[in-house]
Design a protein around this ligand. Structure first.
Ligand code: ADP
Ligand code: MG
Length: 324
């Protein structure tokens, strides 16, 4: 069946029927606006990300179920980087009229599966026809007590710099997809990134992160944002960058290019005062997630990169820039 047969309101009903009720949402999908019940004493953190066909995804190798999951994951990753508990989200979607209802069902199944996993409720959105490709815009809301929110601007000279998980995988996965590879670890890191929600919230609540960002544009660019807003510099030892075995096997002659500039890994990059290093490592150990100390915050401006033999490394690529 084509969407044209179902119609806009048929589609909205089909979406609304699948959404589970939530105590924090006295009024959800169906009225002109949703009503939310905030947790007393918390700030609302709100973030938005667009995913456009041809810019962010390619339907020739991205199945709708993964696309649904990823669309929510990239927003949850932003909330995680603030240390916020994710709560609700809005879904704006533009679809070519010829698209199948099955596409939308699978997209919603992936999206709502990820929503359930992280306890977030779909509370509304907007649906329209597209004369071009598929466009998705999600706005996600989270909560945290004001004193626990982690900004990009809090890093101090001498803080250790940490990264969760591994980096470069998603960029290498995209190269594999373009070569026709359709499965495996690197491909799944590109199509189905896992937002580090539990780690981000736990770091914030334990007061362990002085500054934090999620790696969407590459370590170099995203660490650059922390440095700029914190008015500090950073020194990164490339030998300490966490690289997966699969990435190492696939990354060509210079393993640092995509690890520094690839982006889309949605790992957490954060700073911690030195004396709290042990607590950070214990926290990640308890969550079963890898964490790596990759360098230190310095007084100088900019990001300095040190090669494994102690020399200076000149990055070959900047991070991702839509207009760059
Ligand atoms: P309006 O014309 O007042 O903007 P709509 O007809 O666009 O109302 O939407 C009707 C209801 O359906 C609203 O509650 C809206 O939030 C919800 N809605 C519309 N599109 C979506 C969507 N893609 N996902 C979730 N809820 C949606
Ligand atoms: Mg509308």
């Amino acid at each position: 069946m084509k969407l044209a047969e179902l119609g806009e309101f048929g589609l909205i009903d089909r979406i609304a029927d699948r959404v589970a009720p939530s105590a924090s949402v006295p009024l959800g999908i169906g009225d002109d606006a949703a009503a939310l019940l905030p947790t007393p004493g918390t700030l609302t953190l709100i973030t938005s990300d667009m995913l456009l066909e041809g810019v962010h995804f390619d339907l020739s190798f991205c199945d709708p179920h993964s696309l649904g999951r990823k669309s929510l994951s990239v927003n949850l990753s932003d909330l995680a980087a603030m240390g916020a508990h994710p709560r609700q989200f809005l879904l704006g979607i533009a679809l070519p009229v010829g698209i199948s209802v099955e596409f939308m069902d699978q997209f919603m199944a992936g999206l709502l599966e990820q929503a359930e996993r992280f306890g977030v409720t779909l509370v509304g959105g907007d649906t329209c026809a597209s004369k071009g490709g598929v466009a998705i815009s999600i706005t996600a809301l989270g909560e945290q007590r004001p004193e626990k929110v982690v900004k990009r601007s809090g890093a101090s000279v001498g803080d250790f710099i940490y990264l969760s998980g591994t980096v470069g995988d998603a960029a290498a996965g995209l190269c594999e997809l373009r070569r026709g590879v359709r499965q495996g670890f690197l491909v799944s890191r590109q199509l189905d990134p896992q937002p580090r929600v539990e780690a981000g919230v736990a770091l914030a609540e334990a007061g362990l992160a002085s500054a934090m960002i999620d790696v969407s544009d590459g370590v170099l660019a995203d660490l650059g944002h922390i440095c700029e807003l914190s008015q500090v510099g950073a020194r990164v030892e490339l030998a300490r960058l966490p690289l997966s075995d699969q990435y190492r096997a696939d990354c060509g002659t210079d393993p640092f290019v995509q690890a520094l500039s690839g982006g889309e890994d949605y790992e957490l990059l954060f700073c911690t005062p030195k004396q709290k290093a042990g607590q950070v490592e214990a926290l990640f150990e308890s969550q079963g997630l890898k964490v790596s100390r990759i360098g230190e915050i310095t007084a100088g401006g900019g990001v300095e990169l040190v090669t494994p033999d102690g020399g200076a490394y000149q990055p070959k690529l900047r991070g991702f820039d839509h207009f760059g």
